[in-house]
Design a protein around this ligand. Structure first.
Ligand code: PMP
Length: 336
């Protein structure tokens, strides 16, 4: 029998990367989550949370799925909901990128836009308030709740985590994982530590995210960081935290294109920037595994748009310096 689309969620490729800072003393392996049919790692928790809820009777043919997401999770749920013939409403806010909004609409999801900021000055708590209202108002409404649903991190424990353990040709010393809801890092950390008890789990967060207690500030890249501490974060699973800026993440993305031909999303650049930052402090013969969470196409109007980058206020980097840095990424390859 020919398998259907959602059977292609997961089992993504694991590749070895050769970036200028990964030399004979550092080996770097990356799980390419852009190969999921919905374009991101979020296909995994979306599918797993829905399947588990169906098995438990929480989702039936008459259910109407609700989720607060401005990004990959909403796109993933929208794709799966179409295939399963379920209604889906994505609760979003004005910070959503135009591309993500267009994608969610293209997958025929309904959109509920929250415009009122919460007391913290962001939209996350307002979005969650709106979700709670919709649960009262809409017949058959079911909230998947990626922030607290244990099936979010279980999807990663059973998925990315188990696949890394299966596919790594050598024992990793470090795993670098970007954080937002923390589902990925929690699930992957638990699975990898079972296989390799000495592995060091490094969380990659962006400046301006409050997940680990740093002050809140404007962030420009979707997908990574959060304005609220996720319920499922268990800091005991994390050995180190590395902060990168939006601009460092952008440079990381451009390095992936330049040296690997990989067009990846903003948070993929974040993990690459974090590894580069920590490289001088890593033991020799470090073996790193990381996860590149999504495709670059949905960032053509940001990370890969020279006009967007040129608005220096966004990236906290003078325009000239920005263009010089991007140019140097190319030059250093030519010189080697
Ligand atoms: N990168 C991207 C592009 C994402 O969409 C997400 C999920 N928001 C993450 C990283 C972080 O994953 P998690 O929510 O599991 O912490």
């Amino acid at each position: 029998m020919i398998p259907d689309l959602i059977s292609f969620v997961g089992n993504t490729p694991l590749v070895e990367l050769e970036l200028p800072f990964s030399s004979s003393s550092i080996r770097l392996f990356a799980k390419l989550e852009m190969f999921n049919p919905g374009g991101s790692i979020k296909d995994r928790p979306a599918l797993f949370m829905i399947q588990q809820a169906i098995a438990a009777g929480g989702i039936t043919r008459d259910s109407h799925l609700i989720e607060s997401s401005s990004g990959n999770l909403a796109i993933a749920i929208a794709m799966i909901a179409q295939q399963m013939n379920l209604r889906f409403t994505a609760v979003i806010d004005p910070n959503i990128t135009k591309t993500n909004r267009d994608l969610i609409k293209a997958y025929r999801a309904e959109i509920e836009l929250v415009e009122e900021k919460d007391r913290e000055g962001g939209y996350l708590n307002s979005r969650i308030r709106r979700v709670r209202q919709l649960l009262e108002e809409l017949p058959g409404a079911v909230w998947l709740n990626q922030y607290a649903n244990p099936d979010n991190q279980r999807a990663h424990y059973e998925g990315v985590g188990a696949e890394i353990v299966r596919d790594m040709p050598i024992e990793p010393s470090h795993a670098f994982i970007g954080v937002s809801t923390c589902g990925t890092i929690m699930g992957v950390a638990r699975r990898l530590r079972e296989a390799w008890p000495n592995i060091r789990i490094v969380a990659v967060d962006v400046t301006g995210s409050v997940i680990f207690g740093a002050p809140s500030a404007k962030r420009w890249l979707p997908g990574i960081g959060a304005s609220r501490i996720p319920e499922q974060l268990d800091a005991r699973e994390i050995d180190e935290i590395v902060y990168v800026t939006d601009w460092e993440s952008v440079l990381g993305c451009h390095q992936l294109v330049r040296y690997e031909g990989l067009l990846a999303g903003g948070s993929s650049g974040s993990v690459i920037a974090a590894i580069e930052k920590m490289a001088p402090r890593l033991p020799s013969r470090a073996v790193i595994v990381t996860v590149l969470p999504d495709r670059g196409e949905r960032y053509l109007d940001s990370v890969y748009d020279p006009d967007w980058l040129a608005e220096s206020d966004r990236i906290k980097c003078p325009v000239d310096a920005a263009h010089r840095s991007l140019g140097e990424i190319g030059d250093s390859r030519n010189a080697s």
